[in-house]
Design a binder for this molecule. Structure first.
Ligand code: UDP
Ligand code: MG
Length: 293
């Protein structure tokens, strides 16, 4: 039997978790019977402030197939997924990921598992249509795909982070050094043989979206900057231009000073203002596990 771990990132999901755990228990039975797959769940509590972790602990106590890790603070959806994959890859033949609200149709994981069993390495869940989204989400998502495409990024259209990967594909992913995680793009670059399953995405039934506009924008920026050098070139150009302007302004300030045409403090203020610069590069591990059950 194929050993599958289903990774579920959870950020303040106390409202939806009990329902989700019930649905997934049914799925696990079906996976055993219909896809020769022995599945377990790995719930990743991404620094929730509600009862999410308590619920995970209770479920882990009563069900053998439930495991959980708790991150030390909120790292974001992508890092939570990464943590789950990293923690489970050594003990699994395949790893799947699905959001805690089960907006994605979990039952197509049976088909995903069959495809992995038949030798596929990455099986993408692809949404048939976007009717359940608000027009705003639909519009921003579509514009984003178009933008990515215009920069030659081959992401799978209408695929989010609902997919199943073989162990060797996950191992390859874990060696990827990119730090601004945009998993759906990185996974595509791994270059393994891929399969697809198609499904209708449901509206979220319980709890609310954990992706406010701010997070969505930050995520799109990661998507773009980790796959295209265009922004980098643009920033380099702006940087060079600013350096030149600053130099001119500094020389101008000093010349004016020597001419004696300035009031007290003007030169030092101007020169230091134009001298501001420098960038801080942060490098730290992607996540810290605080507890395990
Ligand atoms: N999530 C997370 N950390 C965050 C934000 C979200 O782990 O900082 C999880 C969340 O619990 C859910 C998934 O990521 O399982 C997707 O979030 P959500 O359903 O709110 O996003 P949407 O479907 O609205 O895009
Ligand atoms: Mg959702």
């Amino acid at each position: 039997m194929m050993k599958l771990t289903i990774v579920i990132p959870c950020y303040n999901e106390e409202q939806v978790l009990p329902w989700t755990l019930g649905k997934l228990a049914t799925l696990i039975d079906r996976l055993k019977k219909e896809a020769d797959t022995d599945a377990r769940l790995l719930l990743v509590d991404d620094g929730s402030h509600d009862r999410t972790w308590q619920l995970i602990c209770e479920a882990a106590k009563t069900h053998d197939h439930v495991n959980g890790i708790r991150l030390s603070h909120n790292e974001g959806h992508q890092s939570a997924l990464w943590a789950g994959m990293q923690e489970s890859v050594a003990t699994s033949d395949a790893v799947a990921s699905i959001d805690a609200d089960l907006q994605d149709d979990e039952t197509v994981m049976i088909d995903m598992a069959r495809q992995i069993n038949e030798g596929k390495d990455i099986v993408y869940g692809v949404r048939k249509k976007r009717e359940t989204d608000t027009w705003f989400k639909r519009f921003t998502a579509q514009s984003f795909y178009k933008l990515m495409k215009s920069m030659d990024s081959e992401i799978v259209y209408n695929h989010a982070d609902f997919r199943m990967m073989s162990r060797r594909a996950v191992e390859a992913l874990m060696r990827y050094p990119e730090r601004n995680l945009f998993l759906r793009g990185i996974v595509r670059r791994l270059g393994f043989n891929e399969g697809y399953v198609y499904y209708d995405r449901r509206a979220r039934t319980l709890g609310e979206s954990k992706y406010p506009l701010k997070k969505m924008l930050a995520f799109s920026v990661d998507g773009i900057t980790s796959f295209s050098t265009a922004p980098l070139k643009f920033i380099t150009f702006i940087g060079l231009a600013m350096t030149l302007i600053s130099l001119v302004m500094i020389v101008f300030g000093i010349v004016r000073h020597m001419e004696g045409n300035t009031i007290e403090g003007w030169t030092s203020l101007l020169v230091s203002l134009w001298f501001i610069g420098g960038m801080e590069v942060k490098q730290r591990p992607r996540y810290f596990v605080q507890e395990r059950v």
